[in-house]
Design a binder for this molecule. Structure first.
Ligand code: ADP
Length: 466
């Protein structure tokens, strides 16, 4: 562009794409072409030569591997024909420029691809670590760095053998001896966090079969393992919970069947009452399990809407629960005028039964259990307060998760399945309400659930609006 006396902006030479110009011919034919004043110069090309006061022009194709991608042109304002050696020089220059430009293009392409690859690796939800064939780290993404407790910049170029996790280095070491995939699950501790990570190490192989290095892809399976463990625990606690009432039913039935003893009627009634209570317990547990399996399989809980009188439901729940425990004083406090609300009678009873039976279970020393209904402008709030063992503050957020049980020696002794509160939350939310809890360890807990103040028609209209 440094043509003396010519502004670079006055050089729109590459815009001259007319077919019969020397520029186009050089481009299309891949040969050096020349032009001199006096020869045909049509249209825009002629005007350009005129404006540049060019007397001579020499054009050579810029090409790479026999594909032209541009033209280099040499202008002369003097009438002095380009000679053979200048033509040859231009040819050589054009060839070299072609190679340099192609390298530049490839470089930009590679840099672009590299930055796309790096952005993809940075945002990947798994960890990736690459090494060269000798085992020196050539790349790792932020997640891999966090799991392996590494600073990415410092880790580059170091050997994987220096990594702290023996299990991880073991997998890479094993992979160095083979081109097959090596996979395993390892436990990685970084700071406070402990992760179960699934690792797959593969060889990066070029088309000629040469191993360029190793790539380890890591996936977090901590949540999966936690749920698996919870499910296994759940199966054993449920079996235990099923066996307890069954054992008691069996024992009292056998007692009543004894032929050598004539039980007086009050004793018989007492035993039958126990059998009846234990059957209720079994039924409740099984219906809770059925609801859980509905929720688990993504099927919505079916509610039978009705305008219900909460006072009746709560009174009968309290009555039933009172019969199970002699050590607790169950009280019920209701506003004078209690509006009827749209709800599923059985499900509301199930929610209240779960909360009241928990209140009894987790107050092993007895005490008062107070059920209260209060009214707000758009909802009713039902609370169940006990004077039991309470719940530590840090456990409160997990309380309504499925299979969750506060792990303490006192709760372990009490038993349970960890599904009651999960169901309470689901059932309440299916009614458009909320659940929450307040608790002071060693002093007691209050569980709340709300029900919107709606008629069945309003509720159905709301549901059909989605
Ligand atoms: P579980 O069958 O174990 O009782 P829930 O889902 O009903 O299952 O309760 C989950 C956990 O919440 C219980 O294991 C217990 O630790 C705690 N919890 C529930 N209700 C109370 C309460 N009223 N007082 C103290 N802890 C409670």
């Amino acid at each position: 562009y440094s043509v003396t006396g010519v502004q670079t902006c006055a050089l729109p030479i590459f815009q001259v794409a007319e077919a019969d110009t020397p520029l186009m011919q050089a481009f299309q034919e891949g040969k050096v072409r020349s032009w001199r004043r006096g020869e045909a110069a049509s249209g825009a090309f002629g005007e350009l030569m005129e404006s540049l006061e060019a007397r001579e022009l020499l054009c050579a194709p810029l090409e790479f591997e026999n594909t032209a991608f541009g033209v280099v042109a040499l202008l002369n304002r003097e009438a002095r024909a380009f000679d053979q050696s200048q033509t040859q020089l231009l040819r050589v220059l054009a060839t070299q420029a072609g190679v340099i430009l192609e390298i530049g293009r490839l470089h930009r392409l590679v840099a672009g691809e590299r930055s796309k690859l790096s952005a993809a690796l940075q945002s990947l939800s798994g960890g990736v670590l690459m090494t060269d064939p000798a085992g020196q780290i050539t790349m790792l993404n932020p997640l891999a760095a966090a799991w392996l407790d590494l600073q990415p910049e410092q880790a580059m170029g170091t050997s994987f053998r220096e990594l702290a996790s023996m299990a991880f280095t073991g997998l890479l070491e094993e992979s160095l001896g083979t081109t097959d995939t090596v996979a395993g699950e390892i436990e990685l501790k970084s700071g406070e966090a402990e992760n179960f990570v699934q690792v797959r190490v593969d060889s990066m192989v070029d088309p000629e079969g040469r191993v360029l290095g190793k790539v380890a892809v890591m996936n977090d399976v901590t949540e999966l393992r936690r749920i698996e463990r919870m499910k296994t625990d759940f199966v054993s606690t449920v079996s235990h919970e099923l066996r307890t009432p069954l054992t008691s039913i069996k024992a009292f039935a056998r007692t009543l069947l004894r032929e050598d003893v004539e039980w007086p009627r009050p004793k018989q009634v007492e035993f039958l009452h126990i059998i009846d209570t234990q059957c209720d317990r079994l039924t409740r547990l099984i219906s809770d399990l059925l609801d859980i399996s509905r929720i688990e399989s993504g099927r919505a809980l079916k509610l039978r809407w009705d305008e219900v009188n909460l006072a009746d439901i709560l009174a009968s729940v309290a009555e039933e629960q009172r019969s199970y425990s002699g050590r607790h004083e169950l009280t019920l406090e209701l506003p004078e005028q209690l509006p009827r609300v749209a709800a599923d009678r059985d499900k509301v009873a199930q929610i209240a039964t779960n909360l009241v039976s928990n209140a009894i279970k987790y107050s092993p020393a007895g005490g008062q259990i107070h059920i209260k209904v209060s009214e707000e402008s758009d909802r009713l709030i039902i609370s169940v307060r006990d004077e039991g063992i309470g719940i530590p503050e840090d456990k409160l957020p997990s309380l309504f998760s499925r299979f969750y049980q506060v792990d303490s020696s006192s709760t372990r002794k009490i038993g349970g399945t960890g599904i009651g509160l999960f169901l309470v939350k689901h059932l309440t939310e299916a009614h458009g309400g909320e659940v929450w809890v307040e608790s002071i360890p060693e002093a007691g807990s209050t569980f709340y659930f709300s029900l919107p103040k709606l008629t069945v028609a309003e509720r159905e209209a709301q549901l059909s609006e989605g």
